[in-house]
Design a binder for this molecule. Structure first.
Ligand SMILES: *Cc1c(COP(=O)(O)O)cnc(C)c1O
Length: 392
């Protein structure tokens, strides 16, 4: 008789986005004349710039000619793309070989799949509130999870305590809170990981949203990080690739656990269980590193961050505690009048026809907080801010 992996039974059902959609459609049914503005979107909305579309089209054409046709590519990515990524790090003063760079079809899968490399006995440390994949992928493997409080007292940037852990998830700039670690704070995590022989799994999906140049864009800006950290980077939010699917994971050769190189293990894992990201999409991704590509993707990020500023300006005007919105497209605010997250959701929907995301959906420390995102259309965001001004 086959048995299932019983760890799956320990996963909590996530009703968050289902419940949000339900409440919005109910509200729209009873208020057919109003347009609900959604500031809960965790996905990009702008179309891709022409510099990327052109490269994608060219790559499609490559498939039509016997001399340029591509079948399977290298499982860990085409070198034309890995070389550009290597140069990006080099420009920041960080040296990698291209075989420390692994291309994938987005990092959600990498973040979950990396757990294959670690013993199920490892203790995992995860911030609360959190992006759900860190938690759920470890629940599926039956690992013990400890949560670190991310709250107002630490500015939603938890720093290490004396408690031991083997695997630590960090996300900076953070989803859902929009907060971002300084170099000194990340330095504490690197020291902690080195002292504990632990590994840091660092999600840098939003690093291109950092506007404060004193903040680290990569954990590898911290000395010693190559001995204890893996970094996940994605084209999803930085270049609008959520639908195209492309990301990369850096596994340094210096990262050795139990006398085994994690770079070798990840290579073995990927070459067995993954057959590479699409050639066409990798061609689109490499266009983001050209001068024109950098300019076009920066314009998209600037557009979203102007939205973020409209929202944070309003919150300042209303004296509402918030973090984020400066180095990330997320704004994390404290619900006024001690409302709980869902009560505030209902209040905004009813009074302003604006929808966001209840913070309680991201963990216990999210209760009483609320996430707004900057990914909307700028006219809608302006209108939403006007509506919110009247009810906050
Ligand atoms: C959107 C997002 C990702 C991106 O995942 P992809 O699979 O590359 O699209 C990763 N981490 C966080 C925190 C995100 O919000």
């Amino acid at each position: 008789m086959a048995n299932i992996n019983k760890n799956f039974l320990n996963l909590k059902e996530s009703y968050l986005f289902y419940e949000i959609a339900n409440r919005i459609s109910e509200h729209s049914r009873s208020n057919p004349d109003v347009k609900v503005i959604k500031l809960g979107i965790g996905d990009v909305t702008l179309p891709l710039p022409s510099v990327i579309i052109t490269e994608l089209n060219k790559a499609v054409q490559d498939m039509a000619d016997v001399t340029t046709f591509k079948g399977y590519g290298p499982e860990i990515g085409h070198s034309f793309l890995r070389e550009e990524i290597r140069k990006e790090y080099q420009n920041k003063g960080i040296q990698f070989d291209i075989d420390e760079i692994f291309i994938s079809d987005g990092i959600n899968s990498d973040i979950a799949n990396i757990t294959d490399l670690f013993s199920s006995d490892n203790i995992v440390l995860i911030p609360d509130p959190v992006y759900p994949v860190y938690n759920d992928s470890n629940v599926m493997n039956g690992r013990t999870i400890k949560y670190m409080d991310s709250n107002e007292s630490n500015g939603f940037l938890p720093i290490p305590t004396n408690e031991h852990a083997d695997m630590i998830y960090l996300c900076s700039p953070n989803n859902p809170t929009g907060s971002a670690y300084t170099k000194e704070q990340l330095r504490k995590w690197v020291d902690y990981a080195l002292d504990n022989n632990a590994v840091i799994l660092c999600d840098s999906a939003y690093s291109s949203y950092i506007s404060d140049d004193s903040l680290p864009h990569s954990i590898f800006e911290i000395e010693g990080a190559k001995k204890c950290a893996i970094e996940f980077c994605s084209f999803s939010k930085s270049a609008g690739f959520t639908g195209l699917r492309c990301g990369y994971t850096i596994v340094p050769k210096e990262l050795v656990i139990d006398n085994v190189s994690l770079n070798k293990l990840w290579l073995r894992r990927q070459t067995t269980k993954f057959n590479g990201a699409s050639y066409i999409i990798q061609k689109g991704a490499v266009a983001t590193f050209t001068e024109e590509g950098k300019k076009a993707t920066k314009e998209m990020i600037d557009y979203y961050m102007r939205n973020a500023k409209l929202i944070t300006d309003l919150l300042k005007e209303k004296n509402i505690y918030h973090v984020g919105g400066v180095n990330a497209p997320y704004i994390w605010l404290k619900c006024p009048h001690n409302m709980d997250s869902w009560k505030f959701f209902d209040y905004l929907l009813k009074e302003a026809h604006v929808a966001g995301t209840p913070g309680s959906g991201f963990g216990k420390n999210g209760e009483g907080y609320f996430r707004l995102t900057a990914f909307g259309n700028s006219d809608s965001v302006k209108e939403a801010v006007e509506r919110l001004r009247k009810v906050l």
